[in-house]
Design a protein around this ligand. Structure first.
Ligand code: FAD
Ligand code: SF4
Length: 478
């Protein structure tokens, strides 16, 4: 039969290409890496970085930038990668972020810059974090140029603590011509970057390289200086001639559960455990004379990044069995998805909807078991997450010989206790003016975990940046 005149041929449906995934990150094999402290993720090669960067749409209205707490010009740094201008790309990031090699490794990009990425509407978003890490590592390997600084302006700023908030604040101020001195309580700089986040996620050489860069810019660091003990904040200002002070002392005091057995000798806070391993190099025993005796069966209480770090560290130190004990379900785990995935791959067991009620010890005070109760989820609480409710009569004993508690940290009270007039909240965090970062004391600024409570590296860095602007405005009236 002849086709009817004017009859239209049926339109062929254009097939959409399947969603693309991020270029995969090369990683150590899980069953090899769970026995060593070398970095898990190995970083992109040049070819992989170019392949990923070339997928970026170079959007006219790049939503990624709004997702970054320090507003890195993501679109432009990716454009520079596409032109193979890797050093320029690193310098572009450094315009607003002093710690790209750190942030490229530990920032929760999936809930920040990558979440609003327009390419991510149909595909996996552009792997912004992996690209950031690639250019930062490239710049470190190829000798980053030191920018020309303005002449010194004759004003001195004291920065207390050397975590990401302080390092960022110090870096921004020295670039404006200030004489900056960091006072750090420990014998090493970096705050949580040095003593908390383990080597296999964030090699300490990287943190030290970022710190050395600041030293080359002229920042001075005084170690073993606990402010509040050696000198007070007011002495620094009134007697030692500091024109302004930044408090970036973090939230390093661990929280414990109020259950029997918390004082047993093989119960540790995640802070103490990770500090002994990272800062005191327990994992390099016998080269470092600071061993840590790990249990055979370790329970880590908590579900955040700190808990994942403690669990994965325990495995690497030789524990036979490691479990995460968390009172809510998998959906509510606060840790980054990637960290949960890595922990599972390495052999950490997850005991979810479970809460400890007592840690049981022997006559020597060592842990020999942990009583737990099963939980179910009720209505959402003030945090928006469903409230865990104990199931009556569901108690059971878990066979463990070491417990690590990773249920959060609070600010150390030493600075508020020794600084009259410094306002703090009921949680012990320091109160600031949201816009300037200034505390209740004129000339004293604060930012990072000491203000927000335990948060993220990039939010601390953002707060350090904001405070540097506030200090500059305060001291110049500009
Ligand atoms: P900190 O990093 O805590 O630094 C504070 C510094 O001040 C310390 O060096 C301390 O010694 C010093 N100090 C304290 N008191 C005094 C004093 N009186 N005098 C002198 N110095 C003092 N965030 C992420 O974004 N991604 C992650 O993957 C991640 N993982 C984490 C894993 C662990 C184990 C921990 C503990 C935290 C993790 N975080 C992560 C959170 C993040 O590290 C912190 O939010 C961030 O480091 C806070 O920075 P800060 O500069 O405010 O304080
Ligand atoms: Fe590229 Fe995504 Fe940013 Fe667009 S939103 S410029 S695709 S990274």
């Amino acid at each position: 039969m002849m086709p009817e005149k004017n009859a239209k041929a049926p339109k062929k449906k254009r097939e959409r290409p399947p969603p693309t995934k991020k270029v995969a990150m090369p990683e150590q094999d899980p069953l090899v890496r769970n026995k060593n402290f070398q970095e898990v993720a190995l970083g992109y090669t040049e070819e992989q970085a170019l392949e990923e960067a070339n997928k970026c749409l170079q959007c006219r209205n790049p939503k990624c930038i709004g997702g970054c707490p320090v507003e890195v010009d993501i679109k432009d740094f990716i454009a520079l990668i596409r032109e193979k201008k890797f050093m320029e790309a690193a310098l572009k990031i450094k315009e607003t972020n002093s710690l790209p090699a750190v942030c490229g490794r530990v920032c929760p990009q999936e809930t920040q810059c990558e979440q609003p990425c327009i390419y991510g509407i149909r595909n996996e978003p552009i792997a912004i974090g992996r690209l950031e890490r690639f250019v930062a590592d490239y710049a470190r390997a190829h000798g980053e140029p030191i920018p020309k600084l303005p002449p010194k302006n004759g004003k001195k700023v004291g920065v207390i603590g050397s975590g990401p908030a302080s390092l960022t604040c110090a870096g921004d101020l020295v670039k404006l011509g200030y004489e900056v001195t960091i006072f750090e309580a420990f014998h090493k700089p970096g705050g949580v970057l040095a003593y908390g986040i383990p080597q296999f996620r964030l090699p300490k050489e990287i943190v030290m390289a970022e710190v050395e860069y600041l030293e080359k810019l002229g920042v001075e660091i005084k170690f073993n200086h606990v402010i509040g003990k050696i000198r007070t904040v007011l002495e620094l200002m009134n007697d030692d001639g500091y024109d302004a002070i930044f408090l970036g002392t973090g939230a390093g005091a661990p929280n414990f559960m109020r259950i029997p057995g918390m004082n047993l000798v093989t119960v540790f806070s995640a802070n103490e455990f990770l500090t002994r391993v990272n800062l005191m190099k327990a994992y390099e025993f016998p080269e470092y004379d600071t061993p840590f005796r790990i249990g055979n069966r370790v329970a880590v209480i908590g579900g955040g990044n700190v808990a994942m770090d403690a669990a994965r560290t325990s495995l690497r130190l030789g524990a036979e069995h490691v479990q995460i004990v968390y009172r809510r379900s998998r959906t509510e785990l606060p840790a980054r998805l990637e960290e949960v995935h890595h922990a599972e791959e390495e052999g950490v067991e997850f005991r979810l909807l479970t809460n400890p009620t007592e840690i049981i010890g022997n006559e020597k005070g060592e842990v020999i078991g942990m009583q737990c109760i099963k939980m179910e989820l009720g209505e959402p609480d003030e945090s928006g997450r469903r409230r865990p409710i104990p199931i009556e009569g569901s108690e059971f004993i878990v066979d463990v010989d070491m417990v690590v508690v990773a249920i959060g940290n609070s600010p150390n009270p030493i600075i508020p206790q020794t600084t009259p007039g410094l306002e703090v909240s009921k949680w012990g965090t320091i109160t600031i003016n949201e816009e300037s970062g200034m505390t209740s004391l004129p000339g004293v600024f604060a930012g990072g975990d000491i203000v927000t409570g335990a948060a993220t590296v990039i939010s601390a860095a953002g707060a350090g940046k904001q405070a540097a602007r506030g200090i500059h405005k305060y001291l110049t009236g500009e």
